[in-house]
Write a protein that binds this ligand. Structure first.
Ligand SMILES: O=C(O)CCC(=O)C(=O)O
Ligand SMILES: [Fe+2]
Length: 379
């Protein structure tokens, strides 16, 4: 098996690379240094006390591991408040008392037997594009990258994420792909994490539709007979560094020290087409419309025939409704950058809806991810 080190570059070097190659984030993973040290909140976000004062009241799910992506793995989970989870981070030996009566999947005995820290790895700290939280962590991406998330309707409520992740040594995020063709970044504020990645071309070696994703730390020869043909990209992410994961790159992350990170999924000029045809957001949107047709019908101005709410599959309904939302937003076409992005999104979505082409740019394996106890489209 071939192994490669994820390149570490300064933000200046990254600027040069990305300026000359708009697909730089998709060809291999990158670790970019230093630019997050200029965030207004950089120092505050390194302190658990600050994060507790800011987000302690949020409800939180903590799981061991973070989620599962292989049918043969199991998971335990608790539902709690983020402040209580931070008590656990400070004093993991108090897990039994802190989470008594709070086990959702499995129980304390199973948790002890698994010998894996609970991980609150999906704490949602923003709900909309203009959330004030963003001001503390600006810029989320280095120049010359320009995220287009703010132009995509409902982006932050359709399973795309900006999350705060606090974890103990040994905490595990198993191999997976982020939803919706997004590019992911993991920005490291405290402690270290070890990342292992595989390219979209190598997915067929590390993903088996019958079972799920491989465990890169203990490859199973029977379920993944060609795993050694895949190139394994590895790197240790240190404080002040940011890991970039391109569209459909599979990633596995092991926390090495008590750690604080944020993870952010984004869309820019390089992956808008992938986002437009992804089934993830469309399914979430379609299901939401099915469960609240009245509210949505009002919003759509009656442009999607009422009969379609029941008749269409969620993905199809989600796509059609998004096309309507975009057309309505574009009515007052003002020539702005926002309008230009929405026009591109709509054009790609219409190509998919008229049956011409729903395939994404790169190879698209029909992957699913097991998240918690349910199967969801790959994220
Ligand atoms: O930092 C980690 O544990 C992995 C985070 C991640 O891959 C995600 O949030 O999608
Ligand atoms: Fe991820």
């Amino acid at each position: 098996m071939q192994s490669k080190q994820i390149p570490v570059v300064s933000s200046e070097e990254f600027r040069r690379l990305a300026t000359s190659n708009p697909r730089v984030l998709h060809e291999n993973p990158w670790i970019v240094e230093d630019y997050i040290k200029a965030w207004p909140g950089y120092e505050a976000w390194q302190r658990l006390e600050y994060l507790e004062s800011r987000f302690g009241k949020l409800s939180a799910f903590a799981k061991a591991p973070n989620f599962i992506t292989n049918r043969k793995s199991s998971l335990v989970s608790v539902e709690t408040e983020f402040s209580r989870y931070l008590d656990y981070i400070r004093q993991p030996e108090r897990a039994r008392e802190l989470f008594a009566e709070r086990w959702m999947e499995g129980d304390y005995a199973q948790f002890v037997a698994q010998d894996l820290p609970l991980y609150c790895g999906t704490l949602r700290i923003v709900h909309k594009a203009d959330d004030p939280v963003f001001a503390e962590v600006e810029p989320l991406v280095p120049a010359p990258l320009v995220p287009w998330n703010h132009a995509l309707p409902y982006y932050y409520s359709l399973f795309n994420h900006f999350w705060l992740l606090v974890s103990l040594p040994g905490a595990l995020t198993p191999l997976h792909i982020d939803n919706n063709g997004t590019i992911a970044l993991i920005a490291q504020l405290k402690g270290r994490k070890r990342a292992t990645l595989y390219s979209p071309d190598d997915l067929r070696h590390v993903y088996n539709p019958e079972v799920g994703y491989m465990d890169p730390e203990h490859p199973d020869e029977v379920d993944f007979p060609t795993w050694h043909q895949a190139v394994k990209w590895t790197g240790d992410l240190e404080v002040g560094q940011v890991l970039f994961v391109g569209t459909r790159w599979a990633h596995h992350v092991r926390t090495l020290d008590t750690s604080i990170s944020v993870s952010f999924d984004f869309v820019d000029q390089s992956n808008l087409a992938d986002y437009a045809v992804s089934t993830g957001w469309a399914e979430v949107f379609g299901k939401r419309i099915k469960s609240s047709p009245e509210a949505v019908r009002r919003k759509l101005g009656g442009s999607v025939p009422p009969a379609d709410f029941d008749r269409l599959a969620p993905v199809e309904l989600g796509r059609r409704s998004m096309a309507e939302v975009l057309r309505a937003a574009l009515k007052a076409n003002d020539g702005s950058e926002l309008a230009r992005i929405r026009r591109l999104y709509l054009t790609r979505l219409e190509q998919c809806l008229d049956g011409t082409d729903c395939t994404a740019e790169g190879p698209v394996p029909s992957v699913t991810q097991v998240r918690g106890s349910g199967l969801v489209p790959v994220r």
